[in-house]
Write a protein of this length. Structure first.
Length: 335
């Protein structure tokens, strides 16, 4: 009950053993605080107070007295060295050689493309003009065909087409020599028939042979045309038969062949007989070359996979695509 008599709002009763309630400690503390209050001079420079006081906290509202302005030094940028992935297992010399080889290949392809573009540009600007037969510029007639084996014929067949062209020239030369011997026969023996027929044969066979067996053979290899191959085979077989007839050459047939040579020897014309004999041998050689070239081209034709059905299809498509035939068909349908 003694504890209930204490005033709760008064000073607490010092408990036994409390260190701060000791009278000696309280007296010393009060004296120390009283001494500090009496000795404090706000306008003086008491070093002891200053030294004993804690340094004030500096911040944005209370900056230091001798603070320097905040200046940021510029950041120095260093160049970035590109990192090259290391190559393992390859010599740098091999890599350089590989790059050079690729560059050379690209340059070569670029040169080929430039060359093709230039050829196409030149071909579009310069239209091919007819160059055969080769006639003078001031002549009243101009060339009728364009003929260039090295340009129009594939490289694999150029030698065959050249042989065909040289064979045509050979037959043309034989007909010209046949006319010359016919002139000699006219003056030495009075055989006018041989002279006249030789001129007629040359005037007919030279252009027809060019148009109906050399030109189809040329176009067959140029366009890979089965129809032109068929036309060439048909007409060239006739040419072979004509060459055999020329080699035999009966008297006053218009051809100076072997039979005419025998007749001249019998009539005591050894000089003319010798010339006609040589002419008959030349015609025989022409017939032999005709047969060999015919079999050679036929072998090439068979190996190319062409056929008579393909030739018929080309003929039908060519006739239908013709402008004149299309107009005739359209007019018939209209009526």
């Amino acid at each position: 009950m003694a504890d209930s008599d204490e005033n709760p709002f008064g000073d607490p009763t010092p408990s036994v053993g409390h260190p701060f309630q000791d009278p000696s400690v309280k007296e010393l503390t009060n004296n120390k605080v009283q001494s500090l209050i009496e000795d404090f001079n706000p306008f003086g420079k008491d070093q002891n107070v200053v030294n004993n006081a804690k340094p004030p906290v500096r911040g944005a509202a209370n900056p230091p007295l001798n603070s320097m302005p905040a200046v940021m030094s510029p950041t120095q940028e260093y160049p970035v060295t590109p990192q090259v992935a290391p190559t393992y297992g390859r010599n740098p010399g091999d890599v350089s050689a590989d790059l050079l080889a690729r560059k050379a290949e690209l340059d070569r392809r670029q040169a080929e493309l430039d060359k093709r573009e230039e050829e196409l540009r030149t071909a579009s600007i310069n239209v091919r003009q007819n160059n055969w037969p080769p006639l003078p510029k001031g002549f009243c007639y101009q060339p009728c065909f364009y003929l260039d084996i090295s340009v129009e014929i594939p490289p694999d067949f150029q030698h065959v087409v050249r042989q065909l062209y040289y064979l045509w020239l050979y037959h043309t030369g034989l007909l010209a020599c046949n006319i010359l011997i016919g002139i000699l026969l006219l003056f030495l023996t009075g055989a006018i028939a041989t002279f006249i027929f030789s001129i007629v044969y040359a005037g007919i066979l030279v252009p027809l042979s060019f148009l109906f067996w050399f030109r189809p053979g040329y176009k067959a290899f140029r366009d890979d045309s089965s129809f032109n191959f068929m036309l060439y085979f048909f007409v060239f077989c006739i040419q072979f038969v004509i060459a055999v007839v020329q080699a035999l050459g009966s008297y006053e047939s218009g051809y100076c062949g072997l039979f005419m040579a025998v007749r001249l020897y019998e009539d005591s014309h050894p000089f003319l007989g010798t010339l006609v004999t040589l002419m008959g041998i030349a015609f025989s050689l022409g017939a032999t070359m005709d047969f060999l070239l015919l079999t050679k081209i036929h072998r090439i034709y068979r190996s190319s996979g062409a056929s008579f059905a393909k030739a018929q299809e080309e003929f039908r498509s060519g006739v239908i695509s013709s402008g004149a035939v299309s107009n005739v068909i359209a007019s018939n349908i209209r009526f």
